[in-house]
Write a protein that binds this ligand. Structure first.
Ligand code: NAD
Ligand code: UFG
Length: 344
């Protein structure tokens, strides 16, 4: 029996979703090599991954846009069998202000990874995409066949262009790829040792909720209560980051084990349930017993009214399903925020 462990290259593995996925991969018996430039993460995450998993993954502080430095990783780590490419900048507002930074960082890093994977004959890739590619959908829930809408930000465009780059290259090379279109990843690992580390004041709902609950923010602003939804606030498909991590293990196993596949596939990674902002607030209050002060504010520019996933394809083809509910997402996000306040 071949008991040799398979090594997975995880770019952006020190970040929010990447660190949870690294833990899941180690738990499933993979070796992990992380490449991250720490532009949006901290080095202490590495020891946290070790604390949870009992394994210290190899870490290279390398910018994926620096092809020569990235190639050294491929030369040194010759047992890599596939990669998961998380490394990207992800702040929508910042991408509008600094489009060049986003196009360069997100697309050059992707092209470097693909080029090196083809050069070193390791053509299996999992790519972080986003439900942002669906924009404001015409029909709900969105399936993978739903129309791709013009991107509303340079960030969103990097995901659309990223998928197109992969599609074109996979048609003309041995590249085999799976893009996972995440809906709204939230929550933290059950240990509360890793979680989301927002840079400055959070833009996203759940970190803003937990920072409000702990007193770092005075109150939560609810952006708009006049949408065409049951309580007037926007609907999203929030999904536990631990479930998102498990989807990567499923995608990787599909790439490694199933020989007959289309060369490029994409899957929705959500729960299939939509929750309004007010429902999320109430779920947080129920899960934690902490009352959350909030005020209704005007709509936020560019917000989608409602989006949630049809998950039939990821359930049936990927063999993956989300397990954790909105209360579990809130309780874990809160435990992480509380732990964070003791070390920051
Ligand atoms: P994150 O910022 O926590 O993690 C990204 C990691 O990549 C960070 O550690 C950062 O330092 C690193 N990085 C960025 N550019 C790099 C580069 N050029 N070279 C090396 N490392 C680099 O973000 P996340 O929430 O974990 O997101 C991971 C991926 O998932 C991203 O591609 C993001 O666009 C995508 N995504 C995230 C969400 C979400 O809501 N979190 C939703 C949809 C898609
Ligand atoms: N919201 C508030 N108050 C806040 C923050 C958010 O009411 O302080 C509301 C928003 O208006 C929206 C909902 O909470 O209705 C969710 O907002 P998030 O910012 O948490 O998430 P988005 O769905 O707007 O965007 C996220 C990522 C994007 C990604 C998109 C689709 O931030 O990067 O999901 O994947 F493109």
């Amino acid at each position: 029996m071949n008991t040799e462990k398979k090594t997975i290259l995880v770019t952006g593995g020190m970040g929010y979703i990447g660190s949870h996925t690294t833990v899941a991969l180690i738990e499933q018996g993979f070796d992990v090599v992380i490449v991250d430039n720490l532009s949006n993460s901290s080095s202490f995450i590495l020891e946290r991954i070790q604390q949870i998993s009992g394994v210290l993954p190899k870490f290279y502080q390398v910018d994926c846009c620096d092809k020569a430095a990235l190639e050294k990783v491929f030369i040194q780590e010759n047992s890599i069998v596939a990669s998961i490419h998380f490394a990207a900048l992800k702040a929508v507002g910042e991408s509008v202000e600094k489009p060049m930074l986003y196009y360069k960082n997100n697309l050059v890093s992707l092209m470097n990874i693909i080029e090196l994977q083809l050069q070193y004959e390791i053509p299996k890739l999992v790519f972080s995409s986003s439900c942002t590619v669906y924009g404001e959908p015409d029909f709900l829930p969105v399936t993978e066949k739903s129309e791709i809408k013009p991107a509303t930000s340079p960030y969103g465009n990097t995901k659309q262009i990223g998928e197109e780059i992969i599609l074109d290259i996979s048609r003309n090379s041995p590249l085999q790829a799976i893009a996972l279109r995440y809906f709204n990843p939230v929550g933290a690992h059950a240990s509360a040792l890793i979680g989301e580390l927002p840079n400055g004041t959070p833009n996203n709902l759940v970190p803003y909720i937990t920072q409000t609950a702990i007193g770092k923010q005075p109150y939560l602003r609810v952006f708009g209560n006049d949408y065409n939804t049951p309580d007037g606030t926007c609907i999203r498909d929030y999904i536990h980051v631990v479930d998102v991590a498990a989807a990567h293990v499923a995608a990787l196993n599909r790439l490694l084990i199933i020989p007959e596949r289309p060369q490029f596939e994409f899957f929705n990674i959500g729960t299939g349930n939509g929750n309004t902002v007010l429902e999320v607030i109430h779920a947080f209050e129920n899960a934690t017993g902490v009352k959350l002060p909030y005020q209704i504010y005007p709509r936020r520019d560019g917000d989608i009214e409602k989006v949630y996933a049809n998950t039939d394809l990821s359930n049936n083809v990927l063999g993956w399903k989300s397990n954790l509910n909105i209360e579990q997402m809130m309780a874990s996000a809160w435990a992480w925020e509380q732990k964070l306040s003791t070390i920051k």
